[in-house]
Design a binder for this molecule. Structure first.
Ligand code: ATP
Length: 355
């Protein structure tokens, strides 16, 4: 492989499989992560996210397939490079700092030559210059996370791996640290792979999101694409707030209980599907509940207030439900009859009917 190509894809997994007994924790996983890119692996508990990170770090060995870092094979392909000889930084959920060492000693730990300038640069990058002499137990959760990041980034790894990096932080801090972790990794220019089961985190922090299910990568793409046009029902569901509205494909689009959604508003719908029964994916921001003008489309069966918005769950005739999101100036009660209007500014995904 040429040097240029190696630089473009800093991390490559090719058909990687890891089995524990008969069960595959990771199954034929292939993905390429570009130089400086932030990729998040997202999926439910037990889908193989952590095992994938461990395979990259060298803490596990694949049964099949190959892992390459900066163009060099580190596992499979006839060789296994030990974890300490891979240029990989790993930040664990619990940050794993040395409690008896100061912030700056923690950061200097991975540097063979104790390069003071490098330590200073790292402390500045993560905004901890004033706390350099403190011990980890004198720091807040967010500050501890900054130390862990600085320590992992100090030796200039090719790849930074983050294992559920925000799960030990409270909700408010979690959102702020997402922005910070993105800024820090981008300023360091490091190629990053993070794992989480939190879809909001994955969408907000990443350049690309890879959704895993049962050891396999179901879809990899930029966050908007994965959220708006998921390639499978699993991905649609896992990203949250999915309503599947049934319909029939006609020459005009998809005829649903909420009216016809025109062909231009349905992703990749062609005339060959005419007559097919399908379900279209409607997210809460695509639908509005309105006071009925005559007969309504359904009845509100649930109402959630989350601060910036209300989400109403409307049961349609036939039992399907759809979520409608509103700002808090408008308000219905559970039991109200409503009309549902689709307000679409992007094409909707659809799936063959399973009924
Ligand atoms: P979580 O979000 O709960 O951490 P995960 O997506 O990271 O889950 P993994 O920890 O990678 O999932 O585990 C994937 C599968 O492999 C699970 O079914 C798990 O039980 C199994 N597994 C993981 N490590 C081992 C092991 N050392 N021995 C046997 N089975 C294992």
């Amino acid at each position: 492989m040429s040097k240029t190509a190696a630089r473009q894809n800093v991390l490559e997994l090719d058909g990687v499989t890891k089995r524990y007994g008969e069960e595959s924790a990771v199954e034929e996983l292939s993905v390429r992560v570009r130089d400086g890119e932030f990729l998040t692996l997202l999926g439910p508990s037990g889908c193989g996210k952590t095992t994938t990170l461990r395979l990259v770090a060298g803490l596990e060995t694949p049964d099949e397939g190959e892992v390459r870092i900066a163009g060099t094979s580190v596992a499979g392909g006839g060789r296994t490079v030990k974890p300490e000889n891979r240029d990989v930084g790993l930040v664990f959920q619990e940050f794993a700092l040395f409690p008896h060492m100061s912030v700056e000693e923690n950061v200097a730990f991975g540097l063979e030559d104790g390069d003071d300038d490098r330590v200073d640069g790292m402390l500045e990058l993560v905004g901890l210059e004033e706390h350099r002499a403190k011990k980890p137990d004198q720091l807040s959760g967010g500050q501890r996370q900054r130390v862990a990041l600085a320590r992992s980034l100090a030796p200039e790894p090719d790849v930074l791996l983050l294992d559920e990096p925000f799960s030990n932080l409270d909700v408010g801090l979690r959102v702020r640290m997402r922005e910070e972790v993105r800024r820090i990794t981008k300023e360091a220019g490091v190629t990053t792979v993070s794992v989480t089961h939190d879809q909001e985190e994955a969408l907000s922090i990443s350049d690309r999101v890879g959704v895993m299910n049962d050891g396999r990568l179901e879809q990899v793409g930029d966050p908007e694409k994965v959220f708006q046009t998921p390639e499978s029902r699993f991905v649609a569901d896992f990203l949250g707030h999915a309503s599947f509205v049934p319909g029939t494909v006609t020459d005009e689009g998809v005829e649903t209980p909420l009216g016809t959604v025109g062909t231009a508003n349905i992703e990749g719908l062609t005339s060959e599907y005419e007559g097919a029964e399908v379900d279209i994916l409607v997210r809460p921001d695509d639908a509005k509940a309105l006071a009925p003008d005559g007969d309504g489309d359904g009845r509100i069966i649930h109402r959630t207030y989350d601060g910036p918005s209300f989400t109403y769950r409307v049961e349609l005739e036939g039992g399907d439900t759809v979520h409608c999101m509103h700002n808090h100036t408008e308000s219905f009660e559970v039991g109200d009859e409503v009309r549902v209007r689709l307000e679409l500014d992007h094409p909707l995904a659809w799936y063959p009917s399973e009924k």
